[in-house]
Design a protein around this ligand. Structure first.
Ligand code: AMP
Length: 606
């Protein structure tokens, strides 16, 4: 039996296919939403408590109760967003620069995967209790923007919980599956607008005769309802301070109360136009009360919602389609319950958004459908996903050589043959990169390894490199010396220094720096060519000294020196004209060499 799991930042869900229908399973108390919270009791040997029971002790024992662990999965210290998130958490996040993030709970240092595995193990146990059979295979969803390291860490969490992880599925794709299953056979392009507590994604999918293809995806996993709550809490703090100057809104308990009141008010304002807010004992025995209106909320929330616009436009552009080509805009994620968000999506896409999907359950149901596809319970459906960032290798001169371009349908494989840059070279460094920039140093480094090969003259070694990206978006790199068959296969499961904000910046940067990047690539390529040319010219000159007048020889030497100087400089036109001048100056030399070679050939024949 394969389960479908939505491993959410706030809540998680599990389900299976039953009699051909996707169903979500409830825990012993009848709840289908399991809070993604794990409490580690201080008593030695006590088992962790997961879900609603852990959520209840969260305020009482904040330092031993881990929530929002999804924010840290596959992350490393040293990234600004990780540092910001770590500072916000009431538990102790250890994030040394460059090292994988850990959570300290008393004596123990736990990885985000181990903590996530507790949540998954609880879902597994609940499902097994509900079904009476063992459930040991799973499809787990992740945000579309999760990078390789975050996906691999999620997969590891599943394995730690005792699952064989069949597939890591993008959340918007899962939502589209739920939407599209009832409409099989129709041909449609849909946008999935997923706005949750901490993440935003927009994906464009094409549904065609049982084929679901993700055409593009764009988003930001640091943009969501939490940002709105923070702004409302700040506004409430200002009102509180004005009404009760003795109150200290920065005190942790009051801050937590304001945040809680802000989120509750926001949620109520999706249904009503105004709501009372009360904070008991805000300053000593005095309480604070005010009225908050939907208009107040929308004034604060509009700039946050507006930030989704550029992601939507970028996804449309990448899918090469206009808003009018879409047959539906499907809203999922808790924040799409806000009237402002619905109105915004309606205006942006020029159509009434589809709200038929349950915003909290659509993703889990999609994971269940995917599980059904894999187990054969759902037929006539194929799912094709895409990779959000290009994958490639660093090549000579520090250039990025793309093997798998962004938005390629996965699973996919791509390969290229490389050779040695220097004679007698015995090893090649395979440096794997992810990103959209022309220069290797501007992209994310996924890792590097060395492949040893047989010594060969320059340009004679043959090293094949193949990237294969599996259906879960996890990359395996194979490098092989085609002469000896020596090879190395590396699965890139190690954490990468990539935050989602950095991915965002990468995409923005690739546009912003497109011109500079292009220039730098051309300059680097011209340098590499010129570096090859110089030794060839000098060798020819040495072998043909007797054929040319001294003045011409001096001219070539001078032009070669000019090329050398231009290689060191950074002007492309100067380098190009120096190379042209050297080309012109060597015309006679080349002709003389050809002539001599022909004469020698004729002599040999005689
Ligand atoms: P998700 O990550 O999809 O579970 O969404 C969680 C986010 O949705 C949180 O920021 C919640 O405050 C928000 N949310 C849940 N219900 C509502 C509602 N009725 N109106 C506005 N926001 C909501």
């Amino acid at each position: 039996m394969i389960a479908g799991i939505d491993l959410g930042t706030t809540n998680s869900l599990i389900g299976v296919m039953e009699a051909g229908f996707p169903v979500l399973l409830a825990d012993a108390e009848g709840r289908r939403l399991t809070p993604s919270v794990v409490h580690y009791p201080a008593e030695a040997g006590a088992a962790p408590v997961v879900g609603a029971a852990a959520a209840r002790v969260r305020l009482l024992q904040p330092a031993r109760t881990v929530h929002s662990i999804k924010r840290f999965i596959g992350a490393r210290g040293g990234e600004t967003t990780t540092a910001e998130d770590a500072a916000r958490m009431p538990y102790d996040v250890v994030a040394a620069p460059g090292a994988p993030v850990r959570v300290r709970l008393g004596e123990q240092l736990l990885s985000p995967e181990e903590i996530s595995a507790q949540i998954l193990a609880k879902l597994k146990a609940d499902a097994e209790r509900a079904l009476g059979v063992s459930v040991d295979r799973a499809v787990i969803t992740v945000p579309a923007y999760f990078n390789d390291a975050q996906r691999a860490a999620t997969q590891r969490a599943g394995e730690l919980a005792g699952f064989q992880v069949e597939r890591i599925l993008n959340e918007p794709t899962a939502a589209a599956l739920t939407y599209g299953l009832q409409r099989l056979g129709e041909r449609a392009r849909v946008a999935v607008f997923d706005f949750g507590g901490g993440t935003f994604d927009l994906s464009i999918l094409e549904l065609r005769e049982g084929l679901f293809q993700v055409l593009s995806t764009n988003g930001n996993t640091r943009l969501g309802g939490d940002d709105i709550d923070a702004l409302v809490a700040d506004e409430l703090a200002r009102r509180l301070q004005a009404a009760l100057p003795a109150a200290d809104p920065h005190a942790p308990l009051l801050r937590a109360a304001l945040r809680e009141a802000a989120e509750q008010a926001k949620i109520r304002l999706s249904d009503v136009l105004e709501t009372p807010i009360e904070i008991p004992f805000a300053a000593g025995t005095e309480s604070f009360a005010c009225t908050f209106t939907r208009a107040d909320l929308e004034t604060l929330a509009r700039p946050v919602v507006e930030r989704t616009r550029r992601h939507c436009l970028r996804a449309l552009e990448d899918a090469k389609c206009a808003a009018s080509d879409l047959q539906a805009v499907v809203l999922v994620g808790g924040s799409t319950r806000m009237p402002l968000v619905r109105q915004f999506a309606g205006e942006l896409f020029g159509r009434e958004p589809d709200t038929t999907q349950h915003p909290d359950e659509a993703i889990a149901l999609g994971a269940v459908i995917q599980a059904g596809i894999l187990s054969g319970a759902v037929q006539n459906v194929t799912l094709l996903d895409v990779t959000p960032l290009s994958l490639g290798l660093e090549t000579l001169g520090g250039l990025m050589n793309v093997l798998i371009p962004r938005n390629s349908t996965i699973p996919t494989k791509a390969g290229e043959m490389f050779t040695n840059a220097a004679a007698g070279q015995r090893a090649m460094r395979i440096h794997v990169l992810q990103g959209e920039r022309e220069m290797a140093r501007d992209n994310f480094s996924l890792g590097s390894f060395e492949l040893e090969f047989e010594s060969a003259p320059r340009g004679q070694a043959r090293v094949g490199v193949q990237f294969s990206l599996d259906a879960s978006g996890i990359l395996t790199v194979l490098a092989r010396d085609t002469k000896t068959g020596a090879e190395r296969v590396v699965e890139l499961r190690s954490a990468v220094d990539v935050s989602d904000q950095a991915v965002e910046q990468m995409l923005a940067g690739s546009l912003e720096h497109a011109f500079d990047d292009f220039h730098e690539r051309r300059l680097t390529e011209a340098r590499l060519k010129a570096e090859e040319l110089l030794p060839a010219v000098r060798a020819a000159l040495a072998s043909a000294a007797d054929l040319l007048p001294a003045a011409e020889q001096a001219d070539i030497t001078e032009k070669a020196a000019a090329v050398e100087a231009a290689i060191a400089g950074d002007s492309l036109p100067a380098l190009q004209s120096a190379v042209r001048a050297l080309d012109d100056a060597t015309q006679a030399l080349a002709a003389a060499l050809v002539e001599r070679a022909m004469e020698e050939a004729v002599l040999r024949k005689l």
